[in-house]
Design a binder for this molecule. Structure first.
Ligand code: G3H
Length: 246
């Protein structure tokens, strides 16, 4: 079955009201490949104005969400609050939250389970550090992250996986097409252990220094179903990345 190509833009903690307005206006007026699913993820403060002004075919994602319905959880946002604001996706498990904010596999998996069970799409991130890659542990690190997720029995139909080698994030050091394809294939094979259907249908995105020059080759790989773009999603060239898949 053909998986719909997916391009996410993760603004991280970047942007202002005016710069995000410019990004939204640029996306609104651009011709975008209708075979590509596009989701952009501004900082939480800008979710609502982004949703309000962005063309409807593009969805909006939070960069994080909590696993409780409401209550005394200062600084957190709930799934129902996002859905109430027409925010239909969230990113979870980004390496910056795992390493800087100390989110464990258990925390990420629990939040993913809660979000998917309550109808939110999740861009679920995994990836290895440079030391782990150099020690030959890439697949075992990713398998551990995936095993933790599987143990919670999430709704896989709501999950898009983003493979993001930490050493390629924001460094300009993109993984080679072969390095990326190899890991994506390993993830696809691992997904067969959940079910053939999940393996066939789940999109696996690549993230890490994707730009308008390297996206074409990466997009030709059989197990690369899209991108999670950081820095380049803040630039007009993001449109070229959306349209790079032939
Ligand atoms: O979520 C996006 C990734 O961390 C990639 O960021 P980057 O494209 O700036 O390397």
């Amino acid at each position: 079955m053909a998986r719909k190509f997916f391009v996410g833009g993760n603004f991280k903690m970047n942007g202002t009201l005016s710069s995000i307005k410019e990004i939204v206006e640029n996306l609104n007026k651009s011709e975008l490949d209708s075979n590509v699913e596009v989701v952009i993820s501004p900082p939480s403060l800008y979710l609502l104005p982004t949703r309000e002004h962005l063309r409807k075919e593009i969805e909006v994602a939070a960069q994080n969400v909590f696993d409780k319905p409401n209550g005394a959880f200062t600084g957190e946002i709930s799934v129902s609050q996002l859905k109430d604001s027409n925010i239909t996706w969230t990113i979870l498990g980004h390496s910056e939250r795992r390493t800087i904010l100390g989110e464990s596999d258990e925390v990420v998996s629990t939040k993913t389970k809660y979000a998917t069970d309550n109808g939110l799409g999740v861009i679920w991130c995994c990836g290895e550090s440079l030391e782990e890659r150099e020690a030959g542990n890439t697949i075992s690190v990713i398998t551990k992250q995936l095993d933790s997720l599987k143990s919670k029995n999430p709704d896989w139909s709501k999950i898009v996986i983003a493979y993001e080698p930490i050493w390629a994030i924001g460094t300009g050091k993109v993984a080679t097409t072969q390095q990326a394809q190899d890991v994506h294939k390993a993830i696809r094979d691992w997904l067969k252990g959940v079910s053939d259907k999940v393996s066939d249908e789940t999109r696996i995105l690549y993230g890490g220094s994707v730009n308008e020059s390297n996206c074409g080759e990466l997009s030709k790989q059989p197990d690369i179903d899209g991108f999670l773009v950081g820095g380049a999603s803040l630039k007009p060239a993001f449109v070229k990345i959306i349209n790079c898949h032939q």
